[in-house]
Design a protein around this ligand. Structure first.
Ligand code: PXG
Length: 464
């Protein structure tokens, strides 16, 4: 039996963790000094740590636990599938029922004209698939020179070499010699931080038209695709101006380049529709999916592929690509059960019609807080831009993220997982959050903002 149990003292678990476990996006030295917070169990929207402290998880894990924690049906689905067929691959002309059933279900849920899925183990893997797939598509159409993929600064598409290259996080590119060739980044539609004197509308158009400029500079005959998240998540919940996506769509259509919507966060109800593309009326050729597909209960990702692209790929010989866990039967069975619950319990409808409007009203009211300059929300993903001076939208003089990090620390202490990206506070709660739980979320967020404001004033951070 494994000696390491949930009943060890927290300090011992933390010491073992720091000694042997290297964490994503963390400093090992800091972990050794401070110790990681050990999560023990969860139910609904509440996590419990190793000290028995309950915390409202307003991030749904990492933007993924859409149906909330503790649904036995998913555990049962995994158990049944593990007993029946724990593993088989989908390479070399084989398949199995969970992969078939999940593909069919996804074709039913996806917008019209999306009848195919290529499975992966994660969002990163799926975006790596997309890089190879769009280039292979154009080669099969006799245009192999179409290789360039255009994406956005501060976009997030994953952490593998390919997907991190698509992403526009410079602090990631700095490690490991990224991006790979033939990826081009344009500016993001973040009006609060980058809009200057422009109105949101002027800015939305300017940022979208950067795509056209880039296409013309590179040469339209060399551009394969554009990729973007309908709402940027990891970049700080950047809700784009209303005219941004229509203009991006026009440009993609005009130059005949493929449009990839990265739905890893936005998919499966987060924006109040099954896909962010529906919310924004985007007509993509490919949609990256992961996270909410299984509500994070089992690792799975994939690329939903429109009929025209699927037809070309399917008739271009073998696609020499795939992962051991593409369409993993246990993950597929869990995802299928998750989709059944989302659908039968009308969770997406409730988000759109009831809980998201309720949260929106309360969240947007936070703009009156003295520390908050902008309060943005789309469905169940929200952000607050903290500022010392609302009118000028000035950043703090303290290094970026100083105040945001303090806010996050207060929030965690107040029993709320609300994160920060720089000096933006972000939330993305489970879609099953109730109105009472939304009240609690807001109450804890306000306490944390009050404490952060008092501290920022005393530290002299409120001077613009
Ligand atoms: N696309 C998007 C839009 C994502 O948000 C990925 C792709 C990659 O998925 P995988 O499953 O490979 O992680 C993501 C993941 C953060 C954070 O700090 C966000 C993600 C992952 C890790 C941290 O907000 N998003």
């Amino acid at each position: 039996m494994n000696k390491i149990t949930n009943h060890m003292p927290t300090a011992e678990l933390q010491a073992l963790d720091a000694a042997h476990h290297m964490h994503p996006f963390s400093s090992g030295a800091e972990l050794a000094e401070v110790g990681a917070r050990v999560m023990k169990s969860a139910k609904g929207v509440m996590l419990t740590d190793s000290e028995g402290v309950e915390i409202l998880d307003a991030m749904a894990g990492l933007w993924c636990v859409n149906i909330g924690y503790g649904r036995d049906e998913l555990a049962d689905a995994a158990y049944r599938q593990m007993k029946e067929l724990p593993y088989y691959n989908t390479f070399f002309m084989t398949t199995h029922v969970p992969a078939i059933a999940l593909s069919q279900k996804l074709a039913e849920l996806a917008p019209e004209g999306f009848n195919n899925v290529f499975f992966a183990g994660s969002g990163s893997e799926a975006n790596d698939t997309n890089i190879r797939l769009v280039r292979h598509y154009w080669a099969a159409k006799g245009q192999p020179e179409r290789k360039v993929i255009i994406s956005r600064k501060n976009g997030y598409h994953g952490s593998s070499v390919g997907s991190a290259s698509l992403g526009g996080m410079t602090y990631m590119h700095e490690q490991g010699d990224l991006p790979i060739p033939n990826i081009h980044h344009i500016d993001q539609p973040n009006w609060w931080a980058e809009g200057g004197q422009m109105s949101e509308e002027e800015f939305g158009l300017e940022r979208a038209q950067q795509l056209e400029k880039a296409i013309l500079e590179i040469g339209p005959e060399k551009v394969a695709a554009f990729i973007g998240e309908p709402v940027q998540g990891a970049g700080g919940v950047i809700v784009p101006p209303d005219n941004y996506w229509p203009e991006i769509q026009r440009i993609c259509d005009h130059y005949g380049i493929l449009l990839i919507a990265d739905e890893v966060i936005c998919g499966f109800g987060r924006t109040g529709e099954w896909f962010g593309s529906t919310t924004y009326n985007i007509k993509p050729h490919i949609m990256t999916i992961a996270k909410g597909l299984s509500s994070g209960y089992a690792p799975i990702g994939g690329s939903l592929i429109c009929d025209e692209v699927a037809h070309v790929i399917n008739h271009a010989g073998e696609f020499n690509h795939g992962y051991t866990y593409s369409g993993h039967p246990v993950s597929a069975a869990v995802a299928l059960e998750n989709l059944r619950i989302l659908e039968e319990e009308k969770i997406v409808d409730r988000v759109r019609e009831e809980t998201a409007p309720y949260l929106k009203e309360k969240w947007e009211a936070l703009v009156d807080h003295p520390l908050v300059g902008e309060a943005k929300i789309k469905g169940m993903m929200g952000s607050l831009a903290l500022t010392p001076h609302k009118e000028s939208r000035a950043p703090f003089k303290a290094p970026k993220g100083t105040v945001g990090f303090y806010g996050r620390t207060r929030s965690f202490s107040n029993g709320l997982i609300m994160r920060h990206v720089g000096d933006r506070m972000i939330i993305s709660p489970p879609l099953v959050i109730t109105k009472d739980e939304i009240d609690l979320l807001i109450e804890r967020a306000v306490t944390s903002l009050d404490e952060t404001y008092a501290w920022a004033k005393s530290e002299g951070h409120m001077q613009a």
